[in-house]
Design a binder for this molecule. Structure first.
Ligand code: ATP
Length: 245
């Protein structure tokens, strides 16, 4: 077992009621890495991400070990996981539609603020540098943003918590191809800031282009894993996931 992993997940299983949605799975993310989990609709990608973040729905139960740095996350509440440096951008971006862009961002730093960290203005500058569009629209109601801008705001809000690990659930979902390209460019720029990224995506082509390492999830089990560049050339991956994209 490598002590270098920022995130080390082993034997992670999830059930919804009696139905098993995730077979015992192991994944790892190193500091500064982009790791992607690709796979078709319903394979269990969101389930895996939510279990790691501590955000399973009420009917979900999980077993297994999740190590974040030195810390075993079993039984640790989502708020505490955020405080430890994990930030999740859920598939439904969960913004506050009637609130301004800037206030949505501020909410992302709320827990750090409560803990006595008053550097939110610095972090806001970092976010506005990454997303000039959000700065232009800082006073606009979040609910009136375009789909791409909403995804940027969801990413920006997660970054306000100064995470060591950013977990993204299908950031390209529902976005036009040009915007998808922009979002993936931003993901690459985020990596340069040093944050590690765990990226769940149905858009295998785009995800494999930005990732260092990849897992393929099929019907609740990891079917394949490897360096992203190698998987992008793997015959089975090409035929199943890259053929039509
Ligand atoms: P998608 O890309 O469509 O979101 P996914 O790979 O993220 O797919 P999950 O959302 O994790 O897949 O779903 C995995 C399986 O678990 C699916 O069969 C889904 O119907 C089921 N499932 C998800 N959430 C629940 C729930 N709260 N209760 C019962 N079953 C669920």
């Amino acid at each position: 077992l490598s002590t270098m992993n920022l995130l080390h997940v082993s034997n992670l299983e999830v059930f919804y009621g009696k139905v098993q949605a995730l077979q015992p799975a192991a994944i790892a993310v190193d500091a500064g890495q982009i790791v992607t989990v690709i796979g078709p609709n319903g394979a269990g990608k969101s389930t895996m991400l939510n279990a790691i973040a501590g955000a399973l729905p009420a009917n979900g139960t999980q077993a297994g070990q999740i190590l974040f740095g030195e810390k075993n996350l079993t039984g640790i509440a989502i708020e505490k996981r955020v405080a430890l440096g994990m930030s999740l951008v859920p598939e439904k971006r969960e913004l506050f539609a009637s609130m301004k862009v800037e206030d949505n961002l501020l909410l992302g730093s709320y827990r750090r603020y409560q803990a006595g960290e008053k550097d939110y203005a610095d972090q806001m500058r970092v976010v506005y540098d990454l997303f000039p569009r959000l700065k232009e629209r800082r006073s606009q109601q979040a609910g009136t943003l375009s789909g791409g801008e909403r995804q940027m705001l969801a990413l920006g809000r997660a970054l306000m918590a100064k995470p060591r690990l950013l977990m993204l659930d299908e950031p390209s979902l529902g976005l036009a191809p040009l915007i998808v390209k922009e979002i993936f460019q931003i993901i690459q720029r985020l990596k340069q800031t040093g944050v590690a990224i765990l990226l769940v995506e149905q858009n295998a082509r785009a995800a494999l282009q930005v990732a260092d390492y990849a897992y393929v999830l099929e019907t609740g089990a990891i079917a394949l894993e490897g360096n992203a560049a190698d998987l992008a050339e793997d015959q089975r991956v090409v035929e199943t996931y890259l053929g039509l994209a």
